[in-house]
Structures are given as C-alpha cells and as structure tokens.
Design a protein around this ligand. Structure first.
Ligand code: SF4
Length: 228
C-alpha cells in the first residue's frame, strides 16, 4: 500500500505532466468561462482527500455542510474509468448514463473555481478548441482525450482501495466519514484504449510522466507497486 503522502505527490506529478503536455494545444477556454463546471464532474476519493485537506487548511470545511453537497438521490455514475475500459476490451457495449446533473458545481463562485489549486483531474482535462457554451459540446484535438483517459486510469489505479464517483457525491461521503458507502470501488488498470494513430500523440506525455522520480522511485515503479 502506497502511503497517502506519496499518493498525493504522484497526483501532483501527474497534474504537472498533463499541464505541460496540454500546453501545445490552443484551446478557447479562459478564466470566467465555466460551461463545464457542473455537479457531474467525477473523481477518485484520493483526489477528494486532497480537496478535504485544502478546505481544512483554509478553515472552509463548513462549506461541505451546505445542502449543495448532499449526495444525489439517484446515482449518476455506473462504472469507473477502468471498469469502462475493461468492458470495452472484452468487446462489451456500455450504455452512457443519461441522468447527469448539469447544475453548477458548488465550488463555482462568480464564474471562478474556489478550489482551483486542488481541482480534480476531471476538471483539468475539460477543454475545447472552439467556444462550447452555445453547443455544449467540446471540440478536442486528436489524441487529447486518449491521453487524458490514460491518466484517469493511472489515478484510479493509484487510488486502489478507494472510491470513484461524482465529486459532490464523494465529498459528501468523505465529510460524513462514510466514504466507502459512496461511489464505485476503484479498479486496477485492465489495459488501454489508444488507437494506433493516437499513439505518437500520447507517447510524449506518458514517457515524461512515467520517468518522473518521486521519493526515489519512478512514476512507472509506483504504478507497479500499486497493483493489488
Ligand atoms: S471544482 Fe472548480 S473547476 Fe471543477 S467543476 Fe467545480 S468550479 Fe469547475
């Protein structure tokens, strides 16, 4: 079991590698645009613990008692990233959930994120080449989603033993001290869904991240150590 401290360092390295890789794209996204900031953002409890620490250090835990953070009565998340990938690798078709909660994220104030330094990866990957407010559909460059999906899989794998679900749902669980009753159990990496033409685009991101050294071991070695 990797310590919480190392898990958080690995998460920081992953966020940093992704930000560096994504810099080469010219997105329309800008401060003040919050079209994608909804209550359907997903994350792992590993990321949730980082948000809880951030709120505690800022004396902001009381915010989680707001009704906006109550868990939804109907679950919006049916499978994690790794269980979704595993099903595809087995040739199974999974239905997309149709009950996404598109009300604004409770952390969105005056069109700005109030937990920006610790926002989960699900928020960091949102991006569009064209303004998407009108259509509600993000236009992502080739290979971008494939690279982001691999990193979502890494985070879930590193958070082995935790949960995966909507940010609102998991924070409600962590705040109540009953996180295991919320979301889906995380799963290890079953393989990847990178198309051959996406491989050259994704490879620089993975090479950079996997070679990064954290506490005497590479990211790749930590991933191996996180296997159940
Ligand atoms: S956490 Fe921040 S970036 Fe993520 S959806 Fe909420 S307001 Fe937006």
């Amino acid at each position: 079991m990797i310590s919480r401290s190392i898990q958080q360092q690995l998460l920081t390295a992953l966020y940093d590698a992704f930000a560096g890789w994504a810099e080469k794209f010219t997105f329309s996204c800008h401060k003040g645009c919050a079209t994608c900031c909804t209550r359907s953002v997903t994350m792992t409890s590993l990321e949730g613990e980082g948000i809880m620490t951030f709120l505690a250090e800022a004396g902001r835990q009381a915010e989680l008692a707001d009704p906006a953070f109550s868990a939804p009565s109907s679950r919006t998340v049916q499978c994690t990233t790794n269980t979704f990938v595993a099903a595809h690798l087995r040739g199974e078709e999974l239905e997309e959930p149709e009950n996404w909660d598109l009300r604004p994220c409770p952390f969105l104030k005056e069109e700005s994120c109030t937990i920006y330094p610790v926002r989960p990866f699900g928020c960091r990957l949102f991006a569009s080449l064209d303004p998407c407010a009108a259509s509600g559909v993000a236009d992502m460059p080739p290979g971008y989603l494939a690279g982001a999906t691999v990193l979502l899989q890494y985070i879930e794998h590193l958070g082995n033993g935790g949960c995966w679900g909507t940010m609102v749902e998991l924070l409600a669980g962590l705040h109540s001290g009953q996180a295991e009753g919320y979301g889906q159990a995380t799963s290890p990496i079953p393989g990847f869904l990178i198309a051959p033409d996406e491989q050259p685009l994704v490879e620089p991101l993975l090479q950079d991240l996997l070679a990064r050294e954290i506490n005497g071991q590479t990211f790749a070695q930590w991933l191996h150590a996180a296997r159940p």
